[in-house]
Design a binder for this molecule. Structure first.
Ligand SMILES: Cc1ncc(COP(=O)(O)O)c(C=O)c1O
Length: 463
């Protein structure tokens, strides 16, 4: 790191940076990043923050990984850019092979793009073009869940379940039905998590029938939720039911594993937790390149890719697709993931973190629920654990917790979706390299942050 390049953060946000699109003039600046190493981030004032959420659940390998940096430099010097329509690249082939082996049967082919939203677009277009090629041109509708998140481009937003985003961008979207996400904490009256999961799967069956099964192309869902549901894991029967419903209606099942994939839940795909209910298509992003460079992936069966190739080729591509630099980084990330048994670490450290968060939920008056799998965990914030009453929405609880976290040396990922209609939560999802001592530090500091916030709420008469 060139010390001279590091300038201290101004107190007020600058107009030149991207913050000017989000923070009003005169707002306090965010900490300015100076360097990052392992699970730590350091700002230009020398404050250190533990990367509790891996940025937006992306930095799976932590920061400054020597193998990844070496791969980056090697590829950049050899050929930083070569366009896949003109040249094949060894880095693309290596990453494709690694992804196919890790994802397992049914996912022999990887289409590489520049992020999760592009991967969603790619999956939808791939399914649609395949339907046209196989003689089912009436199939175009993609059903999603409410709430659910698949990206911020218009196609991805159309299948995302965020009523607020649809309110603003709705006229630009071709959205169809969405079905309820199978929440496990806030349940409708007279339901258990399992009976509600069954009801939500049945709602999918009904939605497909209502739309006309011959017009429905795909159902897209996050097998383990991200920000939209706070790491929701459905009750077990849900997965097999959804699989059966999609198969029965000839509807493709797309798993959005942008957040849950690449080892985060302790297996390469979260889908691996329900082997009897494999999806047809999987999309990945974040953890594949672990934040070192932009990358998104659509994984598909060889037979489907071959069908399109024989019919003239998949009508998809971008300037930066299968970019050699990103591919070399992805291959190095996956090599680290396997050789250092980071999926095993995600299971072991995930269990330890889960235990510590469950203990926190017993003592903190504002932690209503702990959810997730492996190192994809979230805590749900409440004002009353008995009634599950939410903290008043205008208090913007996740953002307040994030601000308090910074004071305690924690970088937390919070972004309210759906205006907080379904609840407020915070992702607790550190890099997969995290150690037991670091888990304990996260839990200790988080306890202090929650205590401070609870005291603040109590002082204001909210608790
Ligand atoms: C489940 C899920 N799908 C899609 C996306 C969009 O990915 P990106 O931000 O890389 O476009 C995200 C991003 O957070 C996500 O969590």
């Amino acid at each position: 790191m060139n010390e001279a390049a590091v300038t201290a953060a101004p107190a007020i946000r600058s107009d030149a940076g991207i913050q000017s699109f989000f923070l009003p003039p005169g707002a306090a600046a965010k900490p300015r990043i100076a360097r990052a190493e392992g699970v730590w981030l350091e700002d230009t004032d020398g404050n250190r923050y533990l990367d509790v959420s891996s940025g937006p659940v992306a930095s799976n390998l932590g920061h400054g990984n020597p193998r990844v940096l070496a791969a980056l430099e090697r590829q950049a010097r050899a050929a930083a850019f070569a366009f896949p329509m003109q040249f094949e690249s060894a880095a693309n082939i290596e990453l494709g092979e690694r992804l196919a082996r890790l994802a397992g049967p049914g996912f022999e082919r990887a289409f590489l793009v520049s992020g999760g939203s592009e991967a969603t677009e790619t999956a939808i277009k791939f399914c649609r073009q395949h339907a046209v090629v196989r003689g089912e041109p009436r199939r175009w509708k993609v059903i999603g869940r409410e709430p659910g998140y698949h990206g911020n481009t218009l196609g991805a937003l159309a299948v995302s379940g965020d009523a607020h985003a649809h309110e603003v961008f709705g006229p630009l979207l071709r959205a169809v039905d969405r079905v309820p996400a199978p929440f496990t904490y806030r349940l409708p009256p007279n339901h258990t998590a399992e009976s509600y999961a069954r009801a939500c799967a049945t709602a999918l069956d009904e939605a497909i029938r209502r739309e006309g099964p011959e017009t429905v192309l795909a159902f897209i869902m996050e097998p383990v939720g991200g920000l939209a549901t706070g790491a929701l894991v459905a009750a077990d029967p849900y997965y097999a039911m959804v699989r059966e419903i999609c198969t029965r209606h000839g509807v493709l099942l797309i798993y959005d594993e942008v957040m849950s994939g690449a080892g985060r839940t302790g297996t390469f795909l979260a889908a691996d937790h329900w082997p009897g209910a494999r999806p047809d298509i999987v999309i990945l992003a974040k953890g594949v390149t672990a934040g070192y460079t932009p990358m998104g992936v659509m994984m598909a069966p060889a037979a489907m890719a071959d069908d399109l190739a024989r019919a003239g080729g998949f009508m998809q591509g971008f300037t930066y697709f299968a970019n050699p630099l990103s591919c070399a980084i992805g291959a190095a990330v996956l090599a680290e993931l396997e050789e250092r048994d980071l999926m095993g670490n995600a299971r072991r450290m995930g269990a330890r973190l889960r235990g510590r968060l469950d203990a926190l939920a017993r003592t903190s008056p504002i932690v209503g629920d702990v959810r997730g799998l492996g190192l994809l965990l979230a805590i749900e914030l409440v004002a009353d654990k008995g009634t599950k009453a939410m903290i008043p929405l205008e208090r913007m609880a996740p953002y307040r917790l994030q601000a308090l976290g910074l004071r305690h040396g924690l970088a937390l990922y919070c972004r309210r979706t759906n205006r907080g209609t379904y609840g407020d939560w915070v992702m607790v999802s550190p890099p997969l390299i995290v150690t037991a001592d670091e888990i304990d530090l996260i839990a200790d500091r988080l306890a202090a942050v929650l205590d401070e916030y609870a005291a603040e709420l109590r002082a204001d008469g909210v608790l």
